[in-house]
Write a protein that binds this ligand. Structure first.
Ligand code: NAP
Length: 293
């Protein structure tokens, strides 16, 4: 195994995600140096062959590729800013979850110090890393991404979105928005059936089958959004869905279930209807979300 195939890597931040990232790279044959604010968290990795650095500067100096995965951007900036000079000429791949703006600001900071910067959104929970199903989204320096791609692929399927460093985070948060919308619907539904004493367990089975059947609707609605043309070709309209939401809100109130999760959707539909878009397809709600109208 050559050093060229398996470049040395430094992992800074050994929480649940960072520890798993370091472990997968170590097992994949990358000489791995680790650093964590609380040094004890490095113990299991040292036992597997990782080198513990005594300081951030020492950790950075050990590898051309430096990965950072900590709680938030404030912590990440606190760690990397004092070692900007040591990071110069190296690649920084940043896994900490943040906003597109935070990623772009960090990329700008890195460029100002001669650091190649790649930002990442991790579509995985710790046990998924290194296993089938984990997806890692990247944006920023394409050269750096391609150079280190084989190692990054060990963590999960690696997808590059573009040189704008904010894109990985943007996509990550958009996917999480879809996930939270789905969970919000599940919890509201569980509360509704729960009002009659029905179990969330049984509802989970029914909801999973229904939600799975409905996901085809994403691709079905997408062309209308991309074309900004909401002429119906047989699909349900704004007026139809407004009536459905009115019924859901009314039933929720009748059964003593809070409407906090469903009322905003009803309100968006009501605004579309008031603006004369009742006959447009349901996808027109996108315009209200984009513009607040
Ligand atoms: N867990 C998940 O399922 C998941 C999934 C996707 C994305 N993420 C994102 O991945 C990132 C890491 O998550 P995690 O689950 O690994 O978190 P975690 O287990 O809570 O670990 C947090 C890490 O950040 C370090 N840290 C916090 N504040 C610090 C500071 N001021 N200075 C230096 N180090 C600091 C901690 O060091 P100490 O050990 O010294 O406290 C620890 O290494 C987060 O941005 C999270 O949103 C997590």
């Amino acid at each position: 195994m050559s050093q060229h195939d398996h470049p040395s890597v430094t992992v800074i931040g050994l929480g649940a995600m960072g520890s798993r990232i370091a472990e997968v790279l170590l097992r994949g044959g990358h000489p791995t140096t680790v650093w964590n604010r609380t040094p004890g968290r490095a113990e299991p990795l040292v036992a597997q062959g990782a080198v513990r650095a005594g300081s951030v500067a020492e950790a950075v100096a050990a590898s051309p590729l430096v990965l950072v995965c900590v709680l938030d951007y404030a912590a990440a900036r606190e760690i990397v800013e004092p070692v900007a000079g040591d990071l110069a000429g190296r690649t920084l791949v940043h896994f900490t979850t943040g906003t597109p703006r935070q990623a772009r600001e960090m990329a700008e900071w890195a460029a100002g110090h001669g650091i190649e910067y790649v930002d990442s959104g991790m579509m995985a929970i710790p046990p998924m890393i290194g296993e089938e199903g984990a997806r890692f989204l990247y944006s920023g320096s394409k050269d750096a991404f391609e150079r280190y791609r084989p190692g990054l692929e060990l963590l999960g399927t690696a997808e590059f979105f573009g040189e704008d460093a904010g894109l990985a985070s943007l996509y990550d948060l958009a996917l999480l928005s879809a996930m939270y919308g789905m969970f919000a619907g599940f919890f509201h539904g569980a509360a509704l059936v729960g009002s009659a004493g029905l179990s969330a367990g049984e509802f989970a089975e029914q909801a999973a089958a229904w939600a799975t059947a409905m996901t085809g609707g994403f691709a079905h609605n997408a062309p209308a959004i991309d074309a900004r043309d909401y002429t119906t070709t047989g699909e349900q309209t704004i007026a139809f869905n407004k009536a459905a939401l009115d019924t859901i809100v009314r039933a929720s109130r009748d059964e003593g279930v809070a409407v906090d999760l469903v009322a905003p959707l009803q309100e968006l539909l009501a605004r579309q209807l008031a603006d004369g878009h009742g006959a447009a397809s349901f996808a027109r709600i996108f315009e209200g979300i984009r513009s607040g109208r």
